[in-house]
Design a protein around this ligand. Structure first.
Ligand SMILES: [Cu+2]
Length: 551
């Protein structure tokens, strides 16, 4: 259970954010609490068995998932990351999903874009403002390390758009693989087609789940009934659940037997409440939902099913909810909702996801068509591309640092799109590939204008007076999403990529250079260049095995 906000800090007018409220335009204004929330994260290798099946992972402070980062709106978050990965050594970096990093793009944590990786034995201190509030997560953006365990939840307390009684905290939904992330990267990047298609092995809620160990044939230690997550509800009370898809590939369909949910926030944007039995979340997406404990039973299953849009051997995650004094050693006897998977591989319709803090769609001054494709290159590798470009980054040459120096001699495979002085960029993305994708833009909340099968009609916009905004959207196979972002409001280099680990690793990644003049004026702290010197020095004697895009 989490508090309404942290109280070891000034609370003018009763709140850390004083009189600001849910109507405050958080892109322009926000509290400046002067409070720094400081964390130390040490990353290392470890062996764990979250579902009973033992595997090698990467851990943060010896934990999976990593520790909760908790702050109030307007606080500064400071995380010192120490890379203690050995046997073998490996670089790393952490990305703070959904944080706008306005004025601090070098804190975004993307190797080859905003920083060099933190080499083994070294540390890097991130510091950035919590200008938005709600639920999110952090994860490594170095290769597919986050599929190896490098992730954790973030909660930023802010004003409530709806009343509730109890904040249950993060509910992380995650597909789970029994192979190490690098083995899966190798499969993804294999020229053997059959190897590039593989399924996740299990589905976890808050890092827990059971696995049927009779399926293990290679002698790996495995324990049946490793245990599931258990939640407490108080009868008659309304509970806030912060759903976060922290997986690598699978779209989650979340539900609670016998209870409807009221969605109040998607990503970092409060929306007008709407009721649903099933919440759909692509990788990286969050939904805050309210659940009233008004069931007839005193125990219920919480379920998350990986959609048939995704590739899973065991798609069914379970956790248990117990009312009041119900016996937590007894399994619930509730039955699931009968809501079939629509197989559209997209979120709820834009028409029902209406932001509480209303913003009209601005005029765009740059319109781009973007095509997403999958192809096989001449060596037989399956790769992804945006407008024909497959991303491959150079860890030693972050594009932000080059742009800051006015050096725009980017390699084509770095996929930098200079949008110059454009204030608001509209992108008509057509997914001409055989899969749906959770597409994530860094540095902005996107206005989502339209989604559907086939091509956009080039005119229909859903609720231009106040379109849905969020930082990840799902685009269906053979369909389009039209989105817009206020590029000039945040000078930097901002990735736009698929959040499926195996797709980003195979190049489904591009990035926007916004307001290059503004980027020239950024005063990037010397420690960022120092990390590049450290990385350069480490790579003089160690060759990182970058067989993928690097991200
Ligand atoms: Cu994808």
């Amino acid at each position: 259970m989490l508090p309404a906000f942290l109280t070891n800090n000034p609370t003018p007018n009763g709140y850390p954010w004083s009189t600001l409220d849910t109507q405050t335009n958080y892109y322009d204004t926000g509290p400046n609490t002067g409070v720094i929330r400081s964390y130390h994260f040490t990353v290392s290798r470890g062996v764990i068995a979250p579902d009973g099946y033992q595997r090698h992972v990467l851990l943060i402070n010896d934990a999976f998932p990593g520790p909760l980062i908790e702050a109030n709106w307007g606080d500064t978050i400071q995380v010192t990351l120490t890379n203690n990965i050995t046997g073998p050594e490996e670089g790393t970096a952490l990305h703070w999903h959904g944080f706008l990093q306005h004025g601090t793009p070098w804190e975004d944590g993307v190797p080859s874009v905003t920083q060099c990786p933190v080499p083994p034995g070294k540390s890097f201190t991130y510091q950035f403002a919590a200008t938005l509030y709600g639920s999110s997560w952090y994860h490594s953006h170095y290769s597919s390390q986050y599929a190896g365990g490098l992730l954790g939840p973030i909660v930023i307390h802010g004003p409530k758009s709806q009343d509730y009684d109890i904040d249950v905290g993060p509910v992380m939904l995650s597909d789970w693989y029994h192979d190490q992330y690098f083995d899966l990267v190798e499969k993804t990047m294999s020229p053997v087609q059959a190897l590039t298609r593989f399924n996740s092995d299990n589905n976890l809620i808050n890092g827990k789940g059971n696995f049927d160990c009779s399926q293990v044939t290679d002698g790996t230690p495995c324990t049946n009934n490793a245990g599931i997550s258990k939640f407490k509800f108080r009868r008659g009370k309304t509970h806030l659940l912060r759903l976060i898809n922290t997986g690598a590939e699978g779209i989650q369909r979340f539900s609670i037997d016998g209870h409807n949910m009221t969605v109040i926030t998607n990503d970092f944007v409060d929306v007008q409440p709407y009721v649903t039995a099933v919440v759909t979340l692509g990788i990286g997406q969050r939904s805050d939902v309210l659940v009233k404990a008004d069931g007839d039973l005193d125990a219920y299953w919480m379920r998350s099913n990986i959609s048939a849009c995704s590739n899973a051997n065991q798609p069914y995650a379970l956790a248990a909810i117990y009312y009041d004094d119900a016996d937590t050693d007894t399994d619930p006897e509730s039955t699931p909702w009968d809501v079939p998977d629509p197989l559209t591989c997209v979120n709820d319709d834009f028409s029902i996801t209406e932001p509480v803090m209303e913003l009209a769609l601005p005029e765009s001054d740059l319109e781009l068509d973007m095509e997403l494709t999958k192809f096989q290159n001449e060596t037989g590798h399956s790769l992804w591309a945006l407008d024909g470009v497959t991303f491959r980054g150079n860890y030693n040459s972050p594009t932000l640092l080059l742009s800051n120096l006015g050096n725009y001699s980017f390699e084509p495979e770095w996929a930098v799109r200079n949008v110059s002085k454009a204030k608001s960029v509209r992108v008509n993305l057509f997914n001409n590939s055989p899969a749906g994708h959770p597409m994530h833009l860094h540095g902005f909340n996107m206005y989502l204008l339209h989604e559907g099968p086939g091509q956009w009609d080039n005119k229909t916009i859903i609720r231009p007076s106040n379109p849905q905004r969020r930082d990840v959207f799902l685009v269906r196979r053979g369909g389009h999403v039209v989105f817009q972002f206020d590029a000039a409001s945040n000078p930097g280099v901002w990735p736009f990529h698929c959040h499926i680990a195996w797709h980003a690793t195979a190049g489904l990644f591009t990035h926007f250079l916004t307001d290059p003049e503004g980027v020239r004026e950024l005063r990037i702290p010397n420690v960022v260049a120092e990390t590049c010197r450290q990385w350069g020095s480490w790579t003089n004697t160690n060759i990182p095995e970058q067989i993928d895009s690097g991200l």
